[in-house]
Design a protein around this ligand. Structure first.
Ligand SMILES: Nc1nc2[nH]cnc2c(=O)[nH]1
Length: 463
């Protein structure tokens, strides 16, 4: 592992894609890291979620589901940010010693990587559609190649580059956001009542409509808590207390609350669910620039996390270590292929599975840390990512994940009734947490570690 790690670091400077960030390299302040996670939180995708939910199921149901998403994703995110900051590892690496074994963890890394590639394509298509609207003479495939390629060099220099890009672009984002709010406030509302009271005919507060909103939130809310780990592992130890809350919770408030809330307001006021349409209606060509900004911000984080996951997967399974930059190119090119192939609109089933899988995975990591490692004191009190010290598989996480996410997906596609269709990811996550604890007790933690590591600093211990 030593040679793998140094090869990786020699290639890309500050990646630590294959092992923990050493304590002396955890030198980023909580504000910088929180700012990077805002690259995700500022995506106009969250406008769309708010607008669609409000127009279909009523503003109050959309608001209640947003509060639910903030609380659940915020709690998971804060725990995961704590584990990452304490151990210097992201979720790909945490999973190896956190209940999955090193091949088991490559399973999660692979699914996770495909998720980022799909999101990168999805977000890229939003950008392509916005620009195509203004420049219809430019074929979509040309725009896909231009914007698909543009995010690759923006990822070349790792986390420090992300930090700068997100820092410089955030003020510009707020200028556009305020302009959009002012323009919407000056546009006569399509709906005459106050936006809180908007409710489509035949829909009530609570019941099926609320469950359907929650089901929509479940599709996307597992990812943001997990993703925080790619950045929280660089947190300065002295910023731990405020940092884990800031990194784990605040982005959830912004994406589901602020962006989602504005999406509800825009949707009701303008009577239009698609921000690609109403942002351009409000801001004209500036709206296309606003979209470009938000989509590039989110796609550089998608590519960053996708490349880290692919690095881990290929090192783990094939001992193939070309360096993270190679995987930046692969992630970007794969997303372009999805866009060019028009596959983006046919991903519904895969996205449903991903929504359940991500919540389930996050629940397993948290249950393993808090209940298995801390409370029951089963397995090692630290996280290990080096193959020499690990078993290939640990049934604790792998079996819990496979059982809970399979059942959850079956429920989420509607085969277990209406109630479970919308709540599938939540129940799958609870089931996964229970299975994790049960299997850890049943196996007595035998498969967590093959040989004890003697060189892990005690400050990195989580229990
Ligand atoms: N990480 C991430 N989360 C999302 N939630 C909705 N869209 C996205 C995306 O593109 N990336």
């Amino acid at each position: 592992m030593g040679s793998v790690q140094s090869a990786n670091q020699a290639n890309t400077g500050d990646d630590y894609s294959l092992d923990r960030v050493p304590r002396d390299k955890r030198n980023m302040g909580w504000l910088s890291i929180t700012n990077i996670t805002f690259g995700i939180a500022t995506a106009i995708f969250y406008f769309q979620m708010g607008s669609v939910m409000a127009l279909q199921f009523g503003a109050v149901n959309a608001i209640i589901s947003a509060i639910y998403a903030i609380i659940v994703a915020g709690i998971l995110g804060t725990f995961i940010a704590y584990l990452s900051a304490k151990s210097g590892m992201n979720v790909n690496l945490l999973s190896r010693g956190g209940g999955f074994g090193y091949i088991g963890a490559s399973l999660t890394s692979f699914i996770y990587a495909t998720n980022f590639i799909m999101y990168c394509a999805l977000e890229g298509m939003i950008l392509v559609a916005a620009v195509h609207e203004f420049f219809p003479a430019i074929p979509e495939w040309v725009l896909i190649i231009i914007f698909g390629t543009a995010v690759i060099p923006l990822n070349w220099f790792g986390i420090k580059q992300l930090d700068k890009l997100q820092k410089w672009s955030l003020p510009l984002f707020f200028v556009f956001l305020v302009a959009a709010i002012v323009m919407a406030a000056m546009t006569p509302s399509v709906y005459e009542g106050s936006f809180w009271s908007y409710m489509p005919e035949g829909v009530q507060v609570g019941g099926t409509a609320l469950l359907l909103c929650i089901g929509m939130q479940h599709g996307i809310m597992g990812l943001t808590p997990l993703l925080a780990s790619d950045y929280a592992r660089f947190l300065k130890p002295k910023d731990m207390k405020i940092g884990i809350f800031a990194i784990g919770f605040i982005p959830q408030i912004f994406c589901f609350g602020v962006m989602g809330g504005l999406g509800i307001w825009f949707g009701v006021r303008l009577g239009e669910p698609n921000p690609g349409v109403y942002i351009v209606m409000l801001l004209g060509i500036w709206g296309a620039l606003f979209t470009m900004l938000t989509q590039i911000r989110i796609n550089i984080t998608n590519i960053y996390s996708g490349s880290l996951s692919l690095s881990t997967f290929f090192e783990n399974v094939f001992k193939f270590v070309p360096g993270r930059r190679f995987w930046v190119v692969i992630t970007g090119v794969s997303a372009m292929i999805l866009m060019l192939g028009g596959i983006v609109n046919h991903l519904e089933l895969v996205m449903t599975f991903q929504g359940v899988f991500l919540m389930t995975w996050a629940a397993i990591l948290v249950a393993d840390a808090v209940i298995v490692k801390k409370m029951l004191k089963i397995g090692p009190r630290y996280y290990e990512a080096r193959q020499d010290n690990l078993f290939k598989w640990n049934p604790v996480g792998v079996a819990s994940l496979l059982i809970a996410s399979s059942l959850g997906t079956i429920a989420a596609v509607g085969l277990m009734g209406e109630f479970l269709q919308s709540t599938a990811a939540f129940f799958a996550a609870i089931l996964a947490a229970l299975l994790t604890v049960g299997l850890a007790i049943a196996t007595k933690g035998k498969y967590y570690i093959k040989q004890d590591a003697k060189d892990i600093e005690t400050e990195d211990y989580i229990a």
